[in-house]
Write a protein that binds this ligand. Sequence first.
Ligand SMILES: NC(=O)C1=CN([C@@H]2O[C@H](COP(=O)(O)OP(=O)(O)OC[C@H]3O[C@@H](n4cnc5c(N)ncnc54)[C@H](OP(=O)(O)O)[C@@H]3O)[C@@H](O)[C@H]2O)[C@@H](O)CC1
Ligand SMILES: Nc1ncnc2c1ncn2[C@@H]1O[C@H](COP(=O)(O)OP(=O)(O)O)[C@@H](O)[C@H]1O
Ligand SMILES: [K+]
Length: 504
Amino acid sequence: MGALYSVAEIRQAEQAAAAQLPPGALMQRAGQAAARIALDLLGGAPARPVLVLAGPGNNGGDAFEVAANLAQAGVDVAIVHIACEGEPSAETAHALGRARASTATFADSIPDDGQWSLIVDGLFGIGLARPLEGAARAMVEAVNAVDCTVLALDVPSGLDADSGAVLGPDGVAVIATHTVTFIGDKPGLHTYAGRDYAGEVMVARLGIDEAMMPGASIHLNEPPMFELAFVPRLHASHKGSFGDVAVVGGAHGMAGAPILAARAALFSGAGRVYVASVDHGPAYDNVQPELMFRDAATHNFAGSTVVAGPGMGDSATAIRILAKLLDGESPLVLDADAINLVAASPDLQSRLSARHAPSILTPHPLEAARLLGVTAGVVQGDRLEAAREIAARFDAFVVLKGSGTVIAMPDGEAAINPTGNPGLASAGTGDVLAGLCGSLLAQGWPARDAALAAVWMHGQAADRLVAQGVGPIGLTAGELPAAIRTVLNRMVAQRPKRGGQPQS
Ligand SMILES: NC(=O)C1=CN([C@@H]2O[C@H](COP(=O)(O)OP(=O)(O)OC[C@H]3O[C@@H](n4cnc5c(N)ncnc54)[C@H](OP(=O)(O)O)[C@@H]3O)[C@@H](O)[C@H]2O)[C@@H](O)CC1
Ligand SMILES: Nc1ncnc2c1ncn2[C@@H]1O[C@H](COP(=O)(O)OP(=O)(O)O)[C@@H](O)[C@H]1O
Ligand SMILES: [K+]
């Protein structure tokens, strides 16, 4: 499965492998793998030269190997090198010698009028220690101003491989169309700014055996992580077999938010779905008359999975209802205002931590920041750490939303979601996700699998809609439930077979 490794873990694997190999072997393999990908991207004899940017460290060494290999393959290559102040590593010095001995030419800076068939970014990799300044910064800005295919070596220069943040308050990083990353995949390529800067990510393992890699605690959220939880339905089933969901929210002026969550629950297979309004909500939904409407203050939630928060507001009634729900035994999804209410109340926080039934929290970065008592900038600067911290603090399953949503479990396991697109950046899509999480819980899914599958399907549904021309611009939250239903039924149909008795 798609393991993601921290920089520290990659360094550990690199050292273990290098100890068993001739000097420079890993860098040579990195150069060969990247040159193969570069030749594929060029797709035949290029009309224009390839520009290779080589930094002061070993990322620059990889770049020299790529340059030498491309030159050997008959490609016209120009190299711009930022030399290091001291001595380069032995393998980088060797790679530089190979590049100098090849037909590649060296220039002091990127020519203003240069036109390239491909730019190879070998400025900085996992050794990036501080924001880019001076010549390096100017070079990155020049690359980003050119409309050209850009292949980043290991990591787009300027991007933190652990967090997906661009280094520095006003930092810059290379916007690559493709990234070939070495030894193992890295979380920062898939979350926060990472998806925009890395482009398509390819992993070159450099011949390092899986067994030599450290056990990963972070994975890409892909179907093998959760697909066994999809169960085909038995003929001998009825609506009571698929659980009840009650969505609590809908303060004055916010009646639509719980309805979106409720529709998502209905379209993803919950047996019965209620909307419990905190503020005298509508009597029925004429688009989805299957939904049942109740008063949250008097509704009996026993036996239901509860999704609390969409449009819930912060009234005394909302706080009282939330306290009761936190003390109850129903599986809970807490979203939006329910998260804000918990963040503002040490009393609600201790009730949440003390729960025995599963809780899934679905904060966006600002809601997560309120829970942690920090700014949204701090959360975004290390999304994995923020999600894990909330999961540990409240013994809950956490979905930290945004590009590259992070899912963190109370036991420290974490995943980064690769599906979804900016079409989801519109009001109400989070309500749909909360309703989907609640629906899977109500159908008996373990909280871990429910959180992983809900996030993946929500993004996949948006990706399918965009592929059909429905978005990204103008995609509405209300269009998601039907698309989620299609994705879910496909997942059930494609689920790997498991022998044994029918499951009820
Ligand atoms: N070792 C191996 O077996 C393998 C390694 N591989 C490759 O090596 C890469 C890691 O190499 P690396 O450790 O040399 O770090 P790298 O990313 O080149 O940067 C360090 C240099 O940059 C400098 N520097 C840092 N930040 C800076 C800034 N903001 N502005 C200016 N300078 C800055 C820093 O200087 P210092 O901080 O020491 O002053 C140092 O000179 C890895 O990503 C992969 O591509 C592969 O070949 C596989 C085998
Ligand atoms: N640029 C993006 N790429 C991928 N997913 C996104 C993007 N922007 C938003 N999303 C997703 O859309 C949903 C938005 O949720 P939220 O911010 O709670 O909105 P709302 O409260 O309006 O429903 C989340 O699932 C989030 O991960
Ligand atoms: K790079």
